[in-house]
Design a protein around this ligand. Structure first.
Ligand code: PHE
Length: 442
């Protein structure tokens, strides 16, 4: 059998996973859901969800991939042996990546339009009053929606055509630039408006501000942001050489993903608090109010352009990790060339994505069906958590201690191994079960 291609180094593996984790989830979603849920206490619950439930499952996914050395579907199939029902994990994973990428690429495309318009000075005329209608008209323009979605899917496919080498090349360039840009924009925002109110909001814990819904949202988002529950980390793990530590990688990914999410708040909140803007429509703030405010900073036009470029980079390193699970499945499962696998997968996802692209006012039918919102809801709230739940059970109860200890480089009676196994067998599934029951009762 041909030897599996692997990442060139442990650092590149971690960078690729962080690239997948850090995306629209961190920059667009986390700041607004934290804002809606009152800050400090929500952040604390989110951190609990990331480190107590998310990280153990992330480790489980990477371990499954490295052990089986295949795409998510075939990895689980291989390790499950005769028991066919576990294959549902792989099938669900394929469905989730397919559905998420189809609408994620549309939103990612928006950042390109804002970037080009900022560079050419076309956003300069926007005011707090006109920015909402401007955004509304933009998302209702079918040509632009389909056009940018096509560009973003093509960029993603172009990288994936070259497999791990392509991903590495892209990540090596994207991630450091992303780090620098985020610091720069946060620095500018803080120097103009100060950070006292932001820090106070993020770190003052007041549990009376969180609702049951907020707790669920924190958990759902923890999976989305760590890119778990859909096999992306199984595939990335399958390219990870055996001599490196999976545990260390998982911890780094958890920490860096959290740092990026908090940095995004440090970039956005000083502007919101400092300018006294009215944030009723917080979910579209990234494309409305923020674009006006960014223009008013020193060097505004360029800061604004940089900002949207940054979001586009973050999104691109995530979309490649959404296409890779599908392309690698097609390549390995149907034994077709990487080129064919990439093109067929990308084209089908692009096609499904047309429904999302036209669902914000461009087509009456798709708008009334709320395709984008529904796909987002279905995947973040159901298929990802259910996928993660099944992975926890599969890894916790089905895989042998021998496989797990070998992959983790631990012994069966190590406390660390005991703790992780306990989390994955009992704690994570139980918490997720409570979340599901609560959701069903709502
Ligand atoms: N984690 C990415 C983000 O936060 C989204 C994503 C989900 C990417 C699942 C890959 C897999 O934006």
């Amino acid at each position: 059998m041909e030897k599996r291609k692997k990442w060139s180094s442990s650092v590149l593996f971690i960078m690729a996973c962080v690239g997948s984790a850090v995306g629209l989830g961190n920059i667009w979603k986390f700041p607004y859901i934290t804002f809606e849920n009152g800050g400090g206490a929500f952040v604390l619950i989110y951190l609990f969800a990331i480190f107590m439930v998310g990280l153990p499952i992330l480790l489980a996914e990477m371990l499954i991939g490295r052990e089986a050395e295949a795409n998510a579907y075939d990895s689980v199939k291989k390790l499950a042996g005769k028991v066919k029902s576990w294959r549902i994990i792989g099938a669900l994973a394929l469905f989730s990546s397919f559905a998420i990428l189809s609408f994620y690429s549309v939103v990612a495309g928006w950042t390109l339009d804002y970037f080009f318009n900022a560079v050419t000075g076309n956003l300069a005329h926007l005011t707090f009053e006109s920015t909402g209608p401007h955004f509304g008209a933009f998302v209702a323009n079918p040509l632009k929606q389909v056009g940018y979605h096509t560009v973003f899917m093509s960029l993603t496919a172009f990288i994936i055509l070259r497999g791990t080498k392509g991903i590495e090349k892209a990540i090596e360039i994207l991630m450091p630039i992303l780090g620098v840009l985020i610091l720069l924009v946060a620095g500018v925002a803080i120097s103009k408006y100060g950070s006292a109110q932001t820090l106070d909001f993020l770190f003052t814990v007041d549990f009376s501000k969180v609702t049951g819904h907020g707790i669920l949202e924190a958990f759902g988002h923890a999976f989305f942001t760590l890119s778990i529950g859909l096999g992306a980390m199984i595939v990335y793990g399958s390219y990870f050489p055996r001599e490196h530590s999976l545990g260390k990688a998982a911890i780094w990914i958890g920490i860096l993903d959290t740092v990026f999410a908090l940095m995004a708040c440090l970039m956005i909140y000083p502007i919101i608090f400092g300018s006294g803007m009215n944030v009723k429509e917080s979910s579209s703030i990234l494309f409305t109010t923020l674009s006006v405010e960014l223009q008013q900073l020193p060097g505004g036009q360029y800061i604004c352009a940089l900002f949207y470029l940054l979001v586009a980079f973050a999104a691109l390193s995530s979309t490649i990790s959404l296409l890779e699970p599908i392309a690698s499945f097609a390549e390995e499962h149907w034994k077709i060339s990487r080129k064919k696998a990439t093109l067929v997968s990308a084209f089908s996802i692009w096609f499904l994505g047309l429904a999302s692209a036209l669902s914000n006012g461009a087509s009456d039918l798709f708008t009334s069906l709320k395709v984008m919102d529904r796909l987002d809801y279905l995947t973040s709230n159901w298929t990802l958590p259910v996928g993660a739940f099944l992975v926890a059970l599969f890894c916790g109860w089905w895989l042998s201690d021998e496989i797990k200890t070998r992959e983790l480089g631990l012994k069966k009676n190590d406390t660390l191994y005991f703790m992780w196994n306990f989390l994955i067998r009992i704690v994570s599934p139980l918490i997720l079960l409570i979340v599901f029951i609560y959701k069903l009762l709502q």
